[in-house]
Design a protein. Structure first.
Lengths: 356, 338
C-alpha cells in the first residue's frame, strides 16, 4: 500500500487543485466534480477521466507484463492504430454497418492482427535475442505506415451503432469501456496472482538465464508477455476508434507508448524488470488521465499536457532512483551509499526477482 | 541488457572459416549499407531517365541536411550505449524559438546562438541526470521529448512563418559547384558538422573515450577514463546537433512550429542503425550514419520518382530495412560464448 501512496496523493492533489483553481471558467468551484445523471448515464469530469483513461489503462496493463519480463514494448501506439484501422476498414465494407455479426467479425479480425503483431515482437525478442527496445522499434517505425496502408492514407469513418457501443456505450449508468478495462485488469490479476504465472514472469524478469536453468520456460513466457501486450493494445485501439467513429492511422495512439510506460513506472514497477504491480499501474494510468483532464478544463492549450507529464516523469523517476535518494536524502546512512558507489546495474540486482 | 557485444577481433581459426576473410567484422554492416545504397541508386538510375544525375545525388544531402546533423549527434549517444529520444522535439523547439526571435527583430546570428545554447543545455541536463542519478537514458530523454514539445506548445500552438529579409537570404544562399550543380548553405553546414564529428570521434581523447564507455563502461572507469564527463558530453553534443538541425530545418521550411519533426528521433535512430552502429554501443562510425541518411533519402527519392506509391511506403520500407540490419548485426556480432 505504501508504494501506492504517492500516486494516490498525486491524484488527490490534482483534484484538490481543481477545486481551488479550476473555477475560472465555471460558476462554482465544485463544478469540476459534479457528476450528473442524463438519460440514465452518468456525466461529468470524473466520468470523463474514466472514459479517456481506459485505453491508457489497457495499454499500460500489457506494458506492465512486458516490463515485468525485463523488456519494453515501444510498438503499442502503432498496434493501437493498426487495430483501429483494421476494424474500421472491415466495418466500412459491410453492407449493413449495424449488423452485429459483421461488427463482431471485424473486432475479431482486428484482435487477431494485434495478436500476430505481438507475436512478431515476442519472437524477435525471445527467439532472435534482439534487445526489446530495438526489436519493438521496428514495428513502431513501420506500424504507422502499415496503418496508413490499411486506411489508404485517409481517415475511415464508420457509422455503426454496435461498434460505437465499445467507446460510447453505457451499461448500468457507467461507460462500457471502463468495464472492459476493469475486467481485463481483474482477469490478469486473477490469472497471474492465483497461479504460479505471475511468479514465473517475475522470475524471468529478475534473471532470465537463471530462471531458464531452474526449469522455467523463459522463452515462452517472454513471447506470451508481448502477445498479451499486443492484445491489450488491440482492445485499446478498438475503443479509441469506436469513440471517434473512425480510424486515423496517423494520430490514433500517438505517444500512447510513452503514457503507458509512464503509468507503469508511476505504479512502482521498475523498468529493470522483476516485480510488477497491477494495482499501481491502474493508479498510474488514472493519475495521467486526471492530469490531462485537469489541464483541458483549465483552458490552457491541451498540448501543454506534455510539459506537465515531463515534470511528473522526472519526479517519479528521481524518487525511484536509489542513486538519487542516496545522493540527495542520504538515506540509510553510509553503508547503503557505499554499496551503491560502484557504477550502475550493480544496485539494481538485490531487489529484483523476489515475488511478493 | 545482455552481455556487451564487443567488436571482437576474429581469432585466426574464425578468420579461415569466415567468408569475409580479409574484412574485419566491424566493417561488414558498413559495407552492406554502402552496397545497398549503391544498388538502390543504380536501380533508380536504370529505371528513371533523370535519376542518375549528380544533382539528384546532391539533393539527397540537401533534402536531408537536418536529419544528417541530428543523426550525427545521435551516433555519439548510441556509441556510448545510450539513446536520445528528445532530438525531434528539440529540433521543433529550435525552429519555433528561431521564428519567434527573428520575427521580433533579433539578429539571426544572435538567435542561432540562443537556440544552440538551449539545445546544449537541455542535452547537458539530461546527461547529468542519466549519469549521476543512474536513470535509464531511454526514460530521461523521453521526459526531454515531452518537455521540449510541451515548451513549444506553451509558447504557441500556431506555426510562425519567417519573413525577415536577412534570414531568408541566408536560407536561400546556394553554393554553386563546378558542372552546374549546387548545394544550399545549410547543406554545407551539415557537411562541415559531419567532418568535425568524424575528427572528434577518431582523433581526439573524447572520441576514444566514447568508444571505450560504449564497449564496457566498467572497464572504461577502471582504466581511469572520465566516464562521467564523456557520458554528459555525448548528450550535450546530441542536444547541440539537434538545435543545429533545427536551424537547418528552419532554413528549409522558413517557418517555425511545435508540430514539425514529429518522429524525427525514429528516423535518426533508423539512420544510425542502418549505418551499422550497434545499439548496445561501442561499434560504429559517423560515416555509417551518413550512409544511413543517404539510404533513407534514396528510398524517399525512389518513391517520389515512382509516382504511384504512396508516402507511407517509406515508413514500411524503413521498418523492413531496420529489421534486416538488426538481424545482420546479430549474425556478424554473434556473442562468441553462445
Amino acid at each position: 500500500m505504501r508504494r501506492l501512496m504517492w500516486p494516490l496523493l498525486g491524484i488527490v492533489g490534482l483534484l484538490v487543485s481543481d477545486l481551488f483553481f479550476n473555477h475560472a471558467s465555471f460558476n462554482m468551484s465544485t463544478e469540476f466534480f459534479r457528476v450528473s445523471m442524463l438519460h440514465g448515464h452518468l456525466f461529468g469530469n470524473l466520468i470523463d477521466i474514466l472514459i479517456y483513461g481506459s485505453p491508457i489503462m489497457l495499454i499500460a496493463l500489457g506494458m506492465t507484463m512486458v516490463i515485468a519480463t525485463g523488456g519494453i514494448d515501444l510498438s503499442v501506439g502503432a498496434i493501437v492504430a493498426i487495430s483501429g484501422a483494421t476494424a474500421c476498414l472491415l466495418i466500412s465494407h459491410l453492407h449493413n454497418q449495424n449488423s452485429g455479426s459483421g461488427v463482431l467479425i471485424a473486432i475479431a479480425a482486428a484482435l487477431a492482427v494485434s495478436l500476430v503483431l505481438g507475436l512478431w515482437n515476442g519472437i524477435l525478442v525471445a527467439v532472435f535475442g534482439i534487445q526489446p527496445i530495438v526489436a519493438t522499434l521496428i514495428l513502431m517505425v513501420a506500424g504507422r505506415g502499415i496503418a496508413e496502408l490499411i486506411t489508404s492514407g485517409a481517415i475511415i469513418t464508420v457509422n455503426s451503432s454496435p461498434f460505437s457501443l465499445l467507446g460510447n456505450g453505457y451499461w448500468l449508468t457507467l461507460p462500457i469501456c471502463v468495464f472492459i478495462a476493469v475486467a481485463m485488469f481483474a482477469l490478469t490479476a486473477f490469472a497471474s496472482r492465483r497461479s504460479a504465472l505471475g511468479m514465473l514472469i517475475e522470475a524471468v524478469g529478475g534473471n532470465r538465464e537463471a530462471s531458464r536453468l531452474a526449469g522455467v520456460r523463459a522463452r515462452n513466457l517472454v513471447v506470451l508477455a508481448y502477445v498479451f501486450s499486443g492484445f491489450c493494445s488491440g482492445i485499446a485501439g478498438l475503443i479509441i476508434a469506436s469513440g471517434i467513429h473512425g480510424a486515423d492511422g496517423n494520430n490514433a495512439g500517438l505517444y500512447s507508448e510513452l503514457d503507458a510506460i509512464l503509468a507503469v513506472v508511476i505504479g512502482g514497477t521498475a523498468l529493470a524488470g522483476g516485480r510488477y504491480f497491477l494495482g499501481g499501474t491502474l493508479v498510474g494510468a488514472l493519475l495521467i488521465q486526471t492530469l490531462a483532464t485537469t489541464i483541458y478544463s483549465t483552458g490552457v492549450p491541451a498540448e501543454t499536457t506534455l510539459l506537465f507529464k515531463a515534470i511528473v516523469v522526472m519526479i517519479v523517476c528521481l524518487i525511484q532512483s536509489p542513486a538519487f535518494r542516496a545522493k540527495v536524502f542520504h538515506l540509510r546512512g553510509r553503508r547503503r551509499s557505499f554499496r551503491e558507489s560502484p557504477p550502475p546495474e550493480v544496485p539494481q540486482e538485490p531487489h529484483v526477482g523476489v515475488p511478493a | 541488457m545482455s552481455a556487451p557485444e564487443l567488436a571482437t577481433r576474429p581469432t585466426p581459426f574464425q578468420r579461415v572459416r569466415r567468408p569475409f576473410q580479409r574484412i574485419p567484422a566491424k566493417y561488414v554492416p558498413l559495407l552492406a549499407t554502402l552496397s545497398l545504397f549503391l544498388t538502390m541508386f543504380t536501380v533508380g538510375s536504370v529505371h528513371y531517365p533523370n535519376f542518375g544525375t549528380g544533382q539528384v545525388f546532391l539533393n539527397l544531402f540537401v533534402d536531408n541536411e537536418f536529419l544528417l546533423v541530428v543523426a550525427v549527434g545521435m551516433t555519439f549517444v548510441i556509441l556510448t550505449g545510450g539513446i536520445d529520444l528528445s532530438v525531434g522535439s528539440v529540433v521543433s523547439l529550435s525552429t519555433l524559438v528561431l521564428a519567434e526571435l527573428v520575427q521580433h527583430g533579433w539578429s539571426p546570428f544572435l538567435a542561432f546562438a540562443v537556440v544552440l545554447l538551449i539545445g546544449s543545455t537541455l542535452g547537458f541536463a539530461m546527461g547529468c541526470i542519466i549519469h549521476y542519478f543512474e536513470i535509464q537514458p531511454f526514460i530521461v530523454t523521453l521526459a526531454g521529448l515531452f518537455l521540449a514539445r510541451g515548451l513549444c506548445y506553451a509558447i504557441t500552438v500556431n506555426s510562425y512563418p519567417i519573413t525577415q529579409s536577412t534570414y531568408v537570404s541566408l536560407a536561400e544562399q546556394s553554393i554553386n559547384l563546378p558542372g552546374g550543380f549546387y548545394i544550399t548553405a545549410g547543406t554545407a553546414v551539415a557537411l562541415v558538422a559531419v567532418v568535425i564529428a568524424i575528427y572528434v570521434l577518431h582523433f581526439t581523447r573524447l572520441g576514444r573515450s566514447v568508444y571505450a564507455v560504449g564497449g564496457n563502461q566498467q572497464s572504461a572507469l577502471l582504466m581511469g577514463l572520465p566516464v562521467a564527463r564523456t557520458k554528459i558530453a555525448v548528450y550535450t553534443i546530441s542536444g547541440f546537433c539537434a538545435a543545429l538541425g533545427g536551424i537547418l530545418l528552419s532554413f528549409y521550411m522558413l517557418s517555425g512550429s511545435g508540430s514539425l519533426a514529429v518522429g524525427m528521433e525514429l528516423d535518426a535512430i533508423a539512420a544510425v542503425v542502418i549505418g551499422g552502429t550497434l545499439l548496445s554501443g561501442g561499434t560504429g562510425y559517423v560515416f555509417g550514419s551518413v550512409l544511413g541518411v543517404l539510404v533513407l533519402g534514396v528510398i524517399q527519392t525512389l518513391i517520389n520518382f515512382q509516382g504511384t506509391l504512396s508516402s507511407w511506403w517509406t515508413r514500411i520500407v524503413i521498418g523492413l530495412l531496420l529489421f534486416a540490419f538488426i538481424l545482420l548485426q546479430r549474425l556478424v556480432f554473434r556473442d562468441p560464448k553462445k
